[in-house]
Structures are given as C-alpha cells and as structure tokens.
Design a protein around this ligand. Structure first.
Ligand code: ZN
Ligand code: ZN
Ligand code: ZN
Ligand code: ZN
Ligand code: ZN
Ligand code: ZN
Ligand code: ZN
Length: 1796
C-alpha cells in the first residue's frame, strides 16, 4: 500500500496550482478566444488527467474505503474548481452562484413536475382519472392532488421514468397538484423561453453546450483504448493503465469473485466489492499499473471465464482515456443541473442536442448517443438517460422532435438491443443463484406490474418509449407520420425467424439463446401496447389509413400463428419428448391485450371496423383455402335432414389450439353486430366470403379436442397438451381463445340451418353413429368399457357445448346486454362457488389493457362485504336475491367449480325450504345478427338427441348412460321452455311466435330410437326411483309445460288481451303444492340423521373404551387449564379474612397433596416424587433481549460472569413450555429415535428441518411445539417448622456473617491444601462446614436436573456443556428470574390480574421452573454454590474478603433476590443446629433486597427534574421517604439534588418498586406453592396492600428501613460509598430508571407508502450512497438494513450472513423481527438457519394483505394485527411460529434465511 501512496503524491503537488488558478480569469481568456473549442479542449487535456483516476481505486472495508472516499471528495472539488467553474463564469458572465440565482428568479417554472423516480420510490396512479396506467405521480404531487381521494393504485418504481404531474394529456381530470397548478400567466406554453434570455448569453450557452456535449458524446462513444480524440492529447503522456472489467449477464457473482481473486490477487472482500461495483455501474477498474501488468490480469480473467461461455469483457485502457470518460459523465450531470435553472437554457440544450451534424440524417449528438446505447456501460447510460429526461422530455416542443427521432431510430435500436447478449434470468430468493446482474427478487413483482413489465429494458434507451408512446397526441402523430404501428409489428415479425413450411412460427428445439432473444422481442409488444393504449376519439383519414396498414401487418403476424404447434393424438405409445408449447402460449398471452385493443380501436369507427373485418376475413380465407382440398365430402343424415361435410377426425388428424385469425374475426363479428348497419342493413355486411361451415370448422375442432382430452382419449400425449388445454380456458387467455371460439360457433350456427349445424357438431365429436342408429348404440354397450365411458363423457361435453352456444349471451353484441352485465354475471358465478376475497375475484376476472376488471363498479350491487378479524381476510358474499341468476352450466366453470357451486346452491335451497332444482336462469334476448340461434333448441336433430337420452334414462342398463347427460338434457329442455315463455309474454299476437317447442315435444319422436314423445318420456321419468336427485327439476319442467299451455290457450282465445301472468305467478302455485311433499322428505331425512347419529355414538363409545387413557389424559388437560385457577383460588376464598403470606416462617404449609401426572408417551400415570421415576416437561430455552433497556450495549460474550444481572436486562434467558409431561426415560427414547431418524434423513435430504437435532432440538411429540430441553418435575417444598423461632434481622445477619467467615476459612484451607494460616474464626454452633447433606433426589431425577441446568448454561452462554463450570447454577437461577420478570410485564401491560390469568401451560412451566431452580444446587459442587451466596450477599452486606462487587445501581434487584434465596439453601443445609428455618432467611433476604431496591430507585429517579409540588402535609410514608432520601444525600455529599416533596419521592418509590414486588410474589408463590390472596386474582384496586401483606411486608414499605435503622444505616452508607455510584450519578454511565418501561415494537406509519418512501431514500451503508435493493426495517429497534445483498454481508462466527441475520445477533440475541419494505412482508429470523415470512400488519380496503406488493391497492396499518405480532415477540413465541411454518412448508424450496 505504501508504494501506491507515494504514486499518489502528485495531487498534493497539484494543490498548489489549484490555489493559484482563477476561474474568472480563465473565463475571460476564453471569452475572447477565436476558437473556443480549441481553448477548452486544451484546458481539459491539461487538467482532466491530473484530476481524475489517479491510481488504483481499491474497493474494500475500513481504512481503504475511507481513503477512497477522501480521494473522491478531492476529485469532486478539483473538478468543480478547475473545470466547471470557468465554464460557469463564461456562461453567466458573473459570479456563478449569484448568476444562477438570478436566472432561476427570472425563470417561469414549468408546470410539469418531471421528478425522476429512484428505484423503489412509490408511484401513484389514479384508476379513475389516469389516461392509462403508465401515468403516475410522485408522492409529493399525489398528496397535493385530487386523486388521493379517488381509487388509486400504488406501486414502487423500478427506477427511471418521471412524474406526470402537470401533463394535461396524462389525466382525464386533475392534471395539476397544488404545487404545479399554473399561475394565471398562462402564456408559458406559447412563448419561447429562449427569448427571455439576454442574446449574448444565448450565443455563449449555445457554443458552450455544443462543445461540452460533443466532448461528452465523443468520450462516451470512444472505442479506442489507448488514444484520445484530436485536441485532447495530454501534454505529457503518462504510462499508466487500467484493467477495466465490464458487467455482463451471463456470469454469476461467485464466478466473478473467484476469478478476480485469482487474476488480481485480491482478498475475497475486495473481490466482492469489485463485483458489486461492476454490477452497479456496469464497469470497474480492477487493476492499475503499466500496460504489461494490466494485460496480464486481463488474460487471466478471460481465460478463467471463457470455459462455458463467452468470457467476461475486459479492456486495458490508458488512464487518460478513463479520466476523460469520468469527466464526460460529470459534464453531462453538470448540463443537467444547469438547465434546471432556466427553461431557456433547457431549450438551447435541446436545440444543440438535436442539431443535425455534418453527416446529415441521424447525426445529431442525441442520435449518436441513442445509437451507441447498447455499447455503453450501465453507469454512462444511466446518466445520459437522466439528461434526456431532464431536457428533451421536459420541453414541450422538443419532446415531439425527439419522439420523431426516436421513432425513426426505433428499428435499429431494437435490433441492437436484441443482439445485445446481456441476459437476465429470474431466480429464486436465495443469493447463491443471484446472477451477476440487477436485482432479481423484485423481478417477479415487476413482471406483473404493467408499467414496468419490460423490466429488462430499464437500462436501455428503448425504455424511453413509454415516455413518448403513451402520450396520446404523440402516439397518434408517430403513427400517422412515422407509421409507428406498422414499424413495431414489422420489427417484431422480423425477429421471429423460425418458421415451418407453411410459414408458421415454430418454436420447436429452441436454443437458450433463441429463447432469450424471444424474451427480448416481447418488449416490442409492450411498445405496441403503449401506442394503442388510448383509443382515438376522432379519426382522420390519415389515421384510418395508417391504422389499417398496421392491421394488415398485424394480420400478417397472426397468420404466422394460425395453426402453429399442431398436435396429433398419440395411440399405443406415450410421446417420447414433451413438445415445446410454452413459447407459443407466451406469445398468445402477450398478444391478448393487443388483440383486444385492436378490436377496441376498430369499434370506435364504423368504416375502420368494416375494413378491418374484410381484411381479417380475407386473411382467414387465404389460410383456410387448403382446408377442403383433396378430401372427399361425406354425407350425413339424421331426423330427416342431411348435410355434406369433410371427412375429418380430431382423434386422428392434426389439430391446433392456436387460431388467432378465427378468433379476431369472431371478435370483429360481434362488434359488427353492435353497429347500426347490422340492425338496419345486414346485407351490406361483408359476410359472404367464407361459408359458415368453414367458419366454425377450426374452432369446433379445438373444442372437440378439449372434450376428448377430458374424456381421457389423449392421455398418451403427456402434460404439454394438458397445460395447453388449461391455458386455453384460463382467465389469462380465454377472452381471446375459448370465449371467441364459442362466439364463432354462435356466429356460424346463426347463419346455418340448425339441424345441419348440429349434425356437423355430432360428426366432429365422433358421436354421429350413436344417435343415427339404435343398433350401433347397443353394439357399443357390449364393447370395450373404456370406449363406453369415453363416449359418455363426449356426449356430456357435446350437450354442454350446445347449452353454451345457445345460452351464452352475455357478450354485448351477441345478446342485448351491456359490459356491466357481463362482469356482474361473472361475479355472481364466482361468488356462487363460495364467498371470496377481493383479490381472488380480481384473479378470476379477465383484465383489460388498463388492468381493470370492472369489478369495482359491480361488486357492491351483488355482494355484501364481511370484514376480516385479526387473521384471515375480508370476504364478499353473494346476496341471496341474486341466486336466481345462477346458471349451473356457466361457461367459465371448470368441472370442479361446477360441482362445488351446485352443491352450495342445493344446500342453500334446502336451508330455505325450497326445491333443489337448478333451472336455467331467464336468458337475455339475442341481438338480431344472432337471433336465429334459438332455433337450435327446437330443431329436429336436437329433439332426437334429447329423446334418445331420455329413452336411455327410462330404461337404464349397463354403463351406456349417465345422470350428467340427463341433467344436461333437462337443462336444454328448460332453456327451450323459458324461450317459449318469453316469446309468449313479449308478443301480442300468435303470429310473432316462431317458437313452438311444446308442440314439438308432445309429438312422438321421429328419431329411430325414441318410442314416445319427449314429454311422455319426461312424465314417465318423474317418478322413477333412481332419479330422485332430478325429480325437482323434472317437476319444474312439467309445471312450465302446463303454464305455457295455459298461456297459449289464453293468447289464442283472446289474443287482443294480454294478461301476462308473470313468471312468478304459476311458479308460486307449484311451490305451494310441493310444500307438503318437501315436509315429508325433511321428516324422513331427520329420521335418517338420527339413526346415523345413534350409530356414530355407539362407535364412539367403543373407541373410547379402547383408548381409555388417551381420553382421560386429554380430559385432565382440559380440567387442568381451568383448575389451575380454581385450585389455587379456593383456599384463599375460605381464608379471605386470614392474611395469606407466601414467604417467611409464617407461611402456611404447602399444599401437601399428591401430584399425579400422566406421561404423554406411554400413557402411564406417575406420582411426582423426589425419589421416584423422573418426570419431565418439554421446554424451549432461548436467549432474549425482549426486556432490554439498552439495545446499544454490546452483548456480553461467553466468558462473562453472570452472577449479577445488570438492571438494563440487556440479555436474559427465557424458558417456555407447552406443558406436556413425559417420563424422563420415555423422552430419552423418543429423542434418540428423532436423532436416528434425522441421521437417516440427512443422507437423503441434507438439512432442512424445522428443528436442529444437533442442538438438542425436537418437536413435542404431542403438540409439535419446538423444544430444546426438558424441565424436571419436582415435589412441593415442605412447610416450615412453625416451632422454630423467627430470629430478628440483626441476629440473622450476625449468624450468617459468622457462617460466611467459617466458609471463607474452609475455602482457604481447601485451596492451600490444608495448610491453614491465620486464626480460625469461631464457627456458630451446629454449623458443620463439611457436612454432606443426604441426597434428596433419586439418580434419575438428579440426572434430569443436570440436563436442564446444562441446557440453560449452553444456550445462555453459547458454550459447550461443562458440568464443572461454576456458572452452571447461576444460569439456572437466571432463567427462572428472567422468565418471571417477562411474564410479570406481560400481565401488567395487558392489565390482567397477577394470579389466575396465566394459561395452564405457563403456570405449569413457572412452577416447575421455580421448584427446579430451588433444587439445582443439589447437583452442583457445594463450594461453588457457597461462593455464589457469599458473593451475592456481599453486594448488600460489605465483606472485606470479596472483591469486585458491583455498585447497587448496576444490579437488577429481582435477580439478586432470586439468586440469593436459591443459593442460600446450600449454606443453610450445613446448619444442623435445628434452630433456624430456611424461610426466615428468605424473609430477611427479601427485606434487605427491597430496601436496596428502594435506595436504588431513589438514587436513579431523582436526577430527573422534579417539578410537581404537593402542598398537603405529608403522610407517614412521605415523611419517611424524605428521611431516607436526606440520609442518602448526606452519604453522597450532595450529588443528589434537593427534593422537598415527600409525596413526589414516595410516588417514585411506590411506582418503581411495584414490578419488583409483583415478580417476588410470583416467585415465592411458585416456590412455596402458596395460594394467592383473593385481591390479586382480580385486576384493579387494593393491589398494593394485598401485595405487601402476601409478601409479609408492611404496607408502608419505608418501615422496613425505619424500624431497622441501626442495622441498615451502615449498609446504606457503604452502598453509597461505592465509587460506581458516584461515577454513574455524575453521568458516567447509563442510568436505568424504575419502573422500567415495557418495550414495544417500533411505531409504524398508518400509510404504507410512507414506509416505501422512507425505504427508497435509504442507501446501503457500505457501498457509498448506493440504493439498497431490499431495504428491511427492524421492528424491534427501527434500524433500516440493506438485506439480501452481497454488499452488506457480515461474518458471524466464521460464516458470511446477510444484514438481517447479522443484525439479529446484536439486536435480538439471534432472533429478529423485520419488515421487508419492498415486499410488504414480515420476516422472522432465528439463528442462522431458521426463518419464515409472516403476514404484514398492513391491509388494503378489502381487508387483505398484499405480500409482494403485487396488487398496488393502498395499504393501511391494522393496529390489531401489529399488536398481535408484538405480543408474539413479547411472549417469546416467534421461534415457535418459525418452527411451525417450517414444518408446514417442508416441501417448498429451501430459502437460505441467513442470506437475507
Ligand atoms: Zn411530481
Ligand atoms: Zn405536482
Ligand atoms: Zn383521480
Ligand atoms: Zn412414559
Ligand atoms: Zn407439547
Ligand atoms: Zn434491531
Ligand atoms: Zn448493502
């Protein structure tokens, strides 16, 4: 590094020159120069290489990075002073800052906002007012616009693009926000802004701009590595080079990093930094030195990356070239800034940029930039794109000129772009596959986003198209003048070169390269969409001409698609290779909107429509000219009709799903039908070119193909066909595929004899023979079962098709409906399946080019909204009055939808006591062009088919018939009857009625198979026992028949009087009559149900008998949860008068009842005994920072001494349990089995479980709760011996200090191996220092105690187990204290009573935890525990032999209390005098610690300003508090301020000490199994007194101090003398105040876009002001992180992890809660391997979350959901949620959580 520093010396030498340089003088010289360019170039040649790029820019961390930053600043400064300042002087003719200010003042600002979006910045589009969805507002403009109260969409920008505020064309209304509303002087647009500038400035700026712009263009497009353009050669040429690495989109990060390490011999960190910069800026120098040196690195890189692919692009460039390129970028930025000051300057720059060069056409500077776009690196492109946006696109006049230029260059630009080999591949969320390219996480989202769905192009100039093509007037102009539509389509067709013999596209055997190119080509479709997105309101002849020319080109394109990817049925063998189908469908999908848009354009002008129709028709007839050739027609006859058709079978010949020409024609046909011409002069329509049979042929084949696939005839063709059929019906494609095929059949059928139509349909379905002769049918019945079944399905499908052809009339133009009705019908049918969320509905409806479904207009008319709770989402329910519109054969139902909807309908009808028939709903009338469709219903062939099916139903035998067939026939009959009824109702005379279905069905059948009339058959079916389900429907039909008959009689007898009975009338009668029948049925159903219930309960009994234990146990569990409260509360109710205490010798005897528990594994019952078989509770121990009051503190390492807990509670150990009990042995066996299974699993499927067996994790065998250890169950403590006298505090302290002295002596003796020195202190009577108490526990219980101790030790300190470590018992106590504190906080904040409100699993957990920790000393070495006690007591009672005792401000008193109480037992066990009980010591310890805590509170709280004065004379408490405080002040020599208000002080003490007392009460309650007092079982008043008396403390706590002054005063004095107290109070440390406030998650804004905005301005902290790709917010501390990115990876325990995981280790001890802002997703992370996503607390107005921000509905905070997440965190439940989530998602692709 030193050498490099020396090399870099010149800049400092230069500095002297800088000082002497005068920008003003230089400008003056230039001003009088004869050749300004020459002078400026000379200046640049001299200075640029001496300012920029002086040596290696090493990326990396620490010092180097700082050095680099300093270097950058130096460059920046020198560039401004030496290069830009003279230009500014020259331009302005005065001091630049004042000159610019003056310019700005005179400037009339544009009313265009033009704010250029940063990556990730929120953009808003109004769904009501935006001209199209590409029109967006920035946040600021949006908030000041009228649209914020409209229905809007919010998205995040992919970068680039600008705010459209102020563009009148972009908005239907409200184009200006408050800020950009034009002032009254609206001359702006007319007047030339240049005229406002002084002429000499115009001239000067003209020449400066042209010199500088030319310089920049020359440099950026410069392709020589060693030479500079003329005039720029430096006076003295250095000999330094750069090895410049460029990005591509082929190589991965890993490859690049690896290669760089090898090639330039850098560390991995540096390599990562290089790679990141290359990715960001598009290039980066990786080596600096002489030519040889750089060339060598180049060859290594090329060699290393050329193996599988094209090598990385590397250039060795002379340093002066690089320097000039750097300055070129600076110059462009400078130009961009200067023109912001004045619209006049902006226009001058535009003029300069677009001025034709000497080479003529396409030679302006802007042209040169555009045409070299694909050759420039990313950083350069970004900067000049910005400039274009700031200049040309912001100037109304030049925007147009530029647009024309852009359109002229369009074809070439696109071609360059296509040939550009940069590839972008979508990847999954893990970084390991992240490519050496732009962000990938957002890709999918962006892809769905209309505005940015050409994400590929964000760095390409072609991306600017959206800025121009979507402006309607520009688009129109470009279309007319530059023939843009045709150009785009032609360019597109040119690039898809693969064709088959017929000229159709062929995507077979596409190579990756071609597929990639295909992907790029698709962006052209995006441009086409931009051009067509707004329909013209008026047409000029020119526009008509150019549009129709475009249509011609488009038809050419469709012709290449017509019939592509044909399939042939595979017989015998399966296909060998799945044929390629996706490319064709992608194309179809992309074009769907274009096809729709072309139809929409056509629909706005009758002349255009007719012309387009003619063109389409002739294109189609050219395609189909060969259809009938060479095939012998065959003749069909049935029911007295006959027709000729082709000999063609779908099951044997080629068939294609792609028929875009037919479908476009169908669409245009419908549009024609809506015109006036169609209704008035249909003969003028150009319908004749193709015969109807030809029109229907191909769509019919396609539909038959679907039917055959359903019937299982195409099984051997594999998944590719299944997928195609799926997409054919899918909502994304169906509008321009399936729907249009149905329309084409409708169009064809309406122009044909219905009998002929049906015969052709029968023939294409290959069913003709079945209906044409009865024998044939019989023969098939005997034949192959498969064939019979196939035919059954085909018949069903065919009947369904006929239902659709006649019945689907909800397209405006087919039926007399409005688009509104069509959407409403879709919604009704979706909601008939089940209630749905808004997003589900949106997904089920087709979107138009504007991403609108029309849903919003309709939804409230048919559905009611049900709000979501804390989980789930809001749902829409169909209102019952719309049920009558339900059509079982709705054409968009899949079979599954259909059966679900049918079931739901029948259920509903039964509930309402109605019949269960689902008759067809009344259809809307047809348009005239389609009017004759109804005749299908009454034609002879259909009647014959109906008759045949009914006949089979009457005499069912074998498998040749299905109920579905019958159901469909009944539906068809119903439709016909409705039709007839409607005609009767709407006509005045009988002559109008062409429909006479009833008459026909009463005639005996003519078809060979039927014997009776259709009606007779129906009547005989009415009572058929095997058709119970259809009975209601048949009844409905027969009633209809009789109604219509009556109506006919009435009309014929009295045709002048039209007494319309109305549709409801006759049906009402039907209903009444049927009621009795239904009642009978309902009764029968009830009896049946009862019988079944009886059987069930019998079975249940049997089952219970067999599994007795199991049931018992679960019952017990149920009881336990309620009894936990009941058991403990009952005694207190009895003794409510007696004061209940939980600590000290006065405490009542523990509840001595036997504890019986059942093992969940072996179901055996077991009593909990010290000497019995050990029983354990599954538990989960984790480190926690939930209670931390100091998140900035570096978490203590594994070598800390945990004896004292700091009051900031920065790191604790939390234990939770699901409450499930096992035998220790049963658990061990279970855990071994889990381990074994895991070992086996890992061989197959490495890692990827929700639990980490190696860390002792397992799932509770009963509830699958995540656990990592077990807590042993121990018996209750014994009740104290009430005969022993309770000694006073003074005596106890004296005895204890004697005991301690004796222990000290013994320890000394032990350590010096018996050689005793000094005087033996007197040993109190009965105290035996080496007494070994009898073991209270069996070995199995002891073993479990050790197990749990080790777990807390291991987790708490992050160390390996070591039973000998003296810290083991401390950590066991610690988890007890911490868990109690955490629970106390929760109860407090949720305002729940202290006792009785915990769920029983927590209750069980706490009680076993307390009893365990009181016994864990028995497994530790006695000396260790004694030492702990001595150390703990020394904090309160000074002990000269103990060193390094912390001051009382650094001790959490509750932890001290718990530790000292628990460790005392071991000291007490040595006292064999029988004269003391352990309980009195507990009480004394409590007294001592409480006093210490009060002192602590007084010391810490009064440094605050105490302002409130309370006048009233003090109570006893207040006086005593004052006394204590005054004595503290004396001890501390006035460090404490004077406070005279006793009331204030007492208030502080009382509030501060309460959490401690509550936690102490919980602790002793569980420790001693004492019943709580009644007052603490309810929330609210009387808590203080009850609490104090339960703890055996006076309710005036100060008495503790006052009545023992003599003993305590010296202690208090010694506490205050501790140097730490002084230091802390004088501001030398963090003071924790009491009561400690509970931690909450950070506050989130109500409006989600605020967060997005915040995140968009967040920059990565490591890569110098770069935008972060995945900004992620820590919900615990509010820190914003740069997640999921190489730049912010950090090493934790020898492994690189992402920013989130790294953060959890400092903020959450390994656990973290985050909000991924761009994804709107909550992320939970635990440790390095585990994590899950969780629904965010933000909902849209429909009660749904938007994970991934895909929908763009405005999102608002749902406080309830956020509180739920917060509770989860505070309850330490996050790890468990992660466990469950991972368990549930095991099949999904693993996500590398640690990389986030
Ligand atoms: Zn704006
Ligand atoms: Zn605005
Ligand atoms: Zn609006
Ligand atoms: Zn067991
Ligand atoms: Zn469990
Ligand atoms: Zn944090
Ligand atoms: Zn970063």
């Amino acid at each position: 590094m030193a050498a490099a520093e020396a090399d870099r010396d010149p800049p400092s030498a230069l500095r002297a020159e800088f000082l002497n340089f005068s920008a003003k003088d230089t400008a003056a010289v230039w001003a009088s120069a004869s050749d300004l360019q020459q002078d400026v170039y000379h200046h640049l040649a001299l200075y640029v290489p001496r300012i920029f790029c002086l040596g290696p820019n090493v990326g990396g961390a620490g010092a180097e990075q700082r050095e680099e930053q300093r270097e950058e600043q130096r460059e920046e400064l020198a560039c401004q002073l030496l290069l830009l300042a003279p230009l500014e002087w020259l331009l302005l003719g005065e001091e630049p800052s004042s000159g610019l200010a003056g310019l700005q003042e005179k400037n009339q600002p544009s009313h265009l906002c033009g704010h250029v979006f940063r990556v990730g910045e929120p953009t808003y589009s109004c769904r009501e007012c935006a001209a199209d969805p590409t029109c967006v507002l920035c946040m600021q403009c949006f908030l000041g616009s009228v649209h914020k109260d409209h229905r809007y969409r919010m998205t995040t920008s992919g970068g680039g693009g600008f705010c459209d505020c102020g563009d009148a064309e972009a908005w239907k209304k409200g184009p200006y926000c408050q800020k950009h509303t034009p002032k009254e002087s609206s001359r702006y647009s007319e007047e030339d802004p240049v005229a406002q500038l002084p002429p000499e400035m115009v001239a000067r700026s003209c020449s400066i701009f042209s010199i500088l712009l030319k310089y920049a263009v020359d440099m950026l497009t410069w392709d020589q590595e060693d030479q500079l353009p003329a005039g720029l050669q430096p006076p003295e040429r250095g000999d330094t080079y750069y090895c410049m690495l460029f990005n591509d989109e082929v190589h991965t990060y890993e490859q690049v990093i690896y290669t760089l390490q090898k090639a330039v011999n850098c560390s991995q960190k540096e390599a990562v930094s290089f790679a990141t910069t290359v990715d960001r800026d598009g290039r980066k120098s990786v080596r600096y030195g002489d030519f040889q040196f750089c060339e060598q690195a180049k060859s290594v890189i090329v060699r290393n990356t050329s193996r599988q692919s094209k090598p990385l692009r590397v250039q060795v460039m002379h340093s002066s070239v690089v320097a000039h390129q750097c300055f070129a970028l600076k110059a462009l930025s400078w130009l961009g800034q200067i023109i912001q000051y004045s619209d006049g300057l902006r226009r001058i720059l535009c003029q300069v940029g677009l001025q034709k060069g000497p080479e003529g056409e396409n030679s302006s500077l802007v042209d040169r930039l555009m045409l070299n776009d694909s050759k420039m690196w990313k950083g350069a492109r970004n900067i000049y794109h910005q400039l274009l946006m700031n200049s040309l696109l912001m100037d109304l006049k030049y925007k147009k000129v530029f647009a024309i230029q852009f359109a002229k260059n369009y074809r070439r630009l696109q071609t360059d772009f296509m040939e550009d080999d940069h590839e972008r591949v979508v990847s999954v969320t893990s970084l390991s596959v992240q490519l050496f390219t732009v962000p990938t996480m957002n890709y999918e989202r962006l892809q769905n986003d209309y505005v940015k769905d050409d994400h590929d192009r964000e760095f390409s100039i072609t991306d600017l198209s959206v800025q121009m093509f979507t402006v309607p007037s520009l688009a129109r102009m470009l279309m007319v003048e530059e023939n843009l539509m045709t150009t785009i389509i032609r360019t597109f067709v040119d690039h898809l070169r693969h064709r088959d013999l017929q000229g159709r596209f062929q995507f077979d055997r596409y190579t990756a390269q071609q597929a990639f190119k295909f992907g790029r080509v698709q962006s052209l479709i995006g441009d086409l969409k931009y051009v067509l997105i707004s329909r013209p309101t008026e047409w000029s002849d020119q526009l008509r001409l150019k549009f129709l020319e475009g249509v011609d080109a488009f038809l050419e394109l469709l012709r290449c698609m017509q019939g592509m990817d044909p399939v042939v049925r595979q017989v015998g063998q399966h296909i060998e290779m799945e044929p390629e189908w996706e490319a064709a469908f992608t194309l179809q999908m992309k074009l769907t909107h274009i096809i729709s848009m072309i139809q929409e354009w056509s629909s706005t002008d009758e002349r255009v429509l007719i012309e387009a129709y003619k063109k389409c028709l002739s294109a189609l007839s050219q395609c189909q000219s060969g259809l009938a050739d060479g095939e012998q027609p065959i003749s069909l006859s049935l029911a007295g009709h006959s027709v000729d058709t082709f000999r063609y079978q779908v099951s044997q010949d080629k068939v294609s799903i792609h028929l875009p020409l037919c479908r476009l024609l169908a669409g245009l046909h419908v549009l024609l039908s809506r015109t006036e011409v169609a209704s008035k002069f249909p003969e003028q329509l150009p319908l004749g070119e193709l015969s109807p049979p030809l029109l229907i042929e191909l769509p019919l084949r396609c539909l038959v193909l679907c039917a055959q696939v359903h019937a299982g005839m195409w099984r051997r063709n594999g998944f590719s066909l299944i997928n195609q059929i799926y997409y054919y019906h899918n909502v994304k494609c169906r509008v321009e595929m399936f729907d249009k095929d149905i329309i084409m059949l409708q169009a064809g059928a309406s122009m044909m004899d219905p009998n002929h139509f049906l015969m052709i349909v029968l023939s294409r379905f290959e069913l003709f023979h079945i209906f044409s002769s009865a024998d044939c049918r019989k023969r098939y019945r005997e034949a192959n079962k498969d064939v019979v079944q196939q035919n059954n399905t085909l018949i069903e499908e065919m009947l369904h098709l006929i239902i659709m052809v006649v019945g689907e009339r909800f397209v405006s133009g087919v039926g007399q409906v409005e688009p509104f009705d069509e959407v409403r019908r879709e919604i009704i049918h979706q909601l008939s399946i089940r209630p749905m969320a808004h997003s589900e509905l949106v997904k089920a409806l087709p979107e138009n080019g504007n991403k609108e479904t029309g849903l919003e207009r309709v939804i409230d008319t048919v559905a009611s909204f049900r709000k979501p709770g804390v989980t789930g989402r809001g749902l829409y329910e169909l209102r019952p009055e719309w049920n009558k519109h339900f059509n079982l054969y709705f054409h968009h139902y899949s079979r599954a939808d259909q059966s679900k909807a049918e079931e739901a309908q029948r259920k509903q009808r039964r509930q309402n006591g109605e019949d269960t028939a689902c008759p067809p709903p009344p259809p809307p009338p047809l348009c005239p062009l389609f009017g004759s469709l109804v005749n299908l219903l009454q034609c002879d062939v259909l009647l014959a088919v109906e008759g045949a099916v009914l006949q089979w139903a009457v005499e069912p035998s074998g498998g040749g018939w299905t109920e579905s067939m019958l159901q469909r026939v009944l539906h068809l009959v119903g439709m016909a009857l409705l039709e007839e009824q409607q005609q009767l109702e709407n006509s005045s005379t009988e002559d109008d009625i062409s429909f006479n279905y009833i008459c026909k069905i009463t005639r005996p059948g003519e078809a060979p198979s039927t014997s009776g009339s259709v009606l007779a058959l129906l009547e005989s079916l009415q009572n058929a026992p095997h058709l119970e389900v259809h009975k209601d429907m048949i009844t409905w039909i027969l009633k209809m028949v009789s109604n219509i008959k009556t109506m006919r009689e009435r009309t014929s007898s009295n045709s002048s009087v039209t007494v319309s009975p109305g549709p409801g009338g006759p049906e009402e009668v039907v209903r009444d009559k049927d009621k009795a029948e239904r009642k009978r049925k309902a009764e029968m159903a009830r009896l049946r149900r009862e019988k079944i219930m009886a059987q069930m309960s019998e079975m249940q009994k049997h089952f219970i008998n067999e599994n007795k234990e199991l049931f018992q146990q679960s019952l017990e569990e149920l009881e336990a949860s309620t009894s936990a409260a009941a058991e403990t509360s009952s005694p207190s109710l009895d003794q409510s008068s007696v004061s209940q205490v939980c600590v000290g010798p006065r405490r009542p005897g523990g509840v001595e009842h036997r504890q019986l528990v059942t093992c969940i594994l072996c179901q055996e019952e077991q009593e909990v005994k010290g000497h019995g078989r050990a029983m354990v509770l599954a538990a989960f121990v984790q480190r926690s920072t939930v209670l931390s009051k100091n998140r900035r503190r570096v978490l203590p390492g594994s070598d800390r001494d945990p004896l004292f807990m700091n009051p900031d509670l920065a790191l604790g150990i939390h234990t939770a349990s699901c409450g499930h009990i096992m035998h220790a042995t049963c658990w061990q066996r279970y855990f071994e089995a889990v381990q074994l299974k895991e070992q086996r699993r890992q061989q197959r499927l490495r890692g990827h479980t929700s639990y980490d067996v190696e860390n002792g994790e397992f799932l509770c065998p009963l509830c699958e709760c995540l656990s990592n250890t077990v807590i042993p169950l121990l018996p209750h403590t014994h009740s104290p011996d009430h005969s022993v006298i309770h000694t006073s505090l003074e005596t106890w302290l004296k005895t204890t200090s004697q005991q301690i002295a004796a222990l000290h002596a013994a320890h000394r003796k032990q350590e010096s191996e018996g050689a005793a020195e000094g005087v033996e202190p007197p040993v109190p009577e009965g105290f035996i220092v080496d007494f070994v108490p009898p073991k209270p526990f069996s070995s199995s219980v002891s073993e479990m105690i050790t197990t749990f101790s080790m777990s807390t030790y291991k987790v708490g300190l992050k160390v390996n187990p070591n039973e000998q470590d003296h810290r083991v018992p401390v950590l066991s106590w610690s988890t007890c204290a911490y868990t109690i504190q955490a629970i106390e906080r929760l109860l407090m904040d949720e305002e729940k009573p202290l006792f009785g409100s915990l769920p029983c699993r927590q209750d069980d957990c706490l009680s076993s935890l307390c009893r365990f920790s009181s016994s864990c000393w028995t497994v530790a070495p006695p000396t260790t525990v004694h030492k702990h006690f001595i150390g703990l007591l020394a904090a309160l009672v000074p002990d000269s032999q103990v060193e390094n005792t912390p001051c009382i401000l650094d001790i959490d008193m509750f932890h001290l209390l718990v530790y000292s109480v628990l460790s005392y037992s071991s000291v007490h066990s040595l006292d064999q005098s029988g004269r003391s009980v352990v309980d009195s010591a507990h009480l004394h310890l409590l007294h001592l610690v409480t006093v210490a805590h009060m002192v602590q509170i007084l010391l810490s709280s009064t440094t605050e300003e105490v302002c409130m004065e309370q006048d009233s004379g003090g109570s006893e408490e207040e006086e005593l508090t004052c006394q204590l405080y005054d004595s503290l002040r004396t001890h501390l020599d006035g460090v404490l301020p004077e406070v005279s208000s006793g009331w204030q002080l007492w208030r502080c003490v009382k509030a501060g000490v309460t959490p401690f007392l509550r936690a102490a009460a919980l602790f002793f309650h569980y420790l001693n199994s004492t019943a709580p007092p009644a007052d603490l079982l309810v929330p609210g008043v009387g808590q203080w007194e009850a609490l104090c008396s339960y703890l055996s403390l006076p309710s005036n706590l100060l008495q503790l101090h006052h009545s023992h002054r003599a003993v305590l005063e010296p202690l208090i004095h010694s506490w205050c003398r501790h140097p730490g107290v002084h230091q802390t109070l004088r501001g030398g440390g963090v003071i924790v105040r009491f009561p400690r406030e509970s931690n909450r998650l950070i506050e989130l804004p109500e409006d989600y876009s605020v967060l997005i905005n915040q995140a968009s301005s967040f920059t990565c902290p490591r890569s110098g002001g770069d935008k972060s790709r995945a900004p992620t917010l820590c919900l615990v501390c509010g820190c914003m992180l740069c997640s999921q990115s190489y730049c912010c990876q950090t090493e934790v325990d020898g492994e690189d992890v992402g920013a989130c995981t790294a953060h959890t280790f400092t903020c959450g001890a390994g656990l973290g809660l985050f909000l991924r802002v761009r994804e709107s997703q909550v992320l939970f992370v635990a440790g390095k391997t585990k994590g899950c996503f969780y629904p965010p607390p933000y909902l849209d107005d429909y009660g749904e979350t938007d994970q991934g921000l895909k929908r763009g509905n405005p999102l608002h905070l749902c406080p309830d959901r956020y509180r739920k997440i917060e509770r989860l965190w505070r309850q330490h439940g996050v790890a468990e949620v992660i466990g469950h989530a991972q368990e549930a998602n095991q099949t999904l692709v693993a996500i590398d959580w640690q990389h986030l």
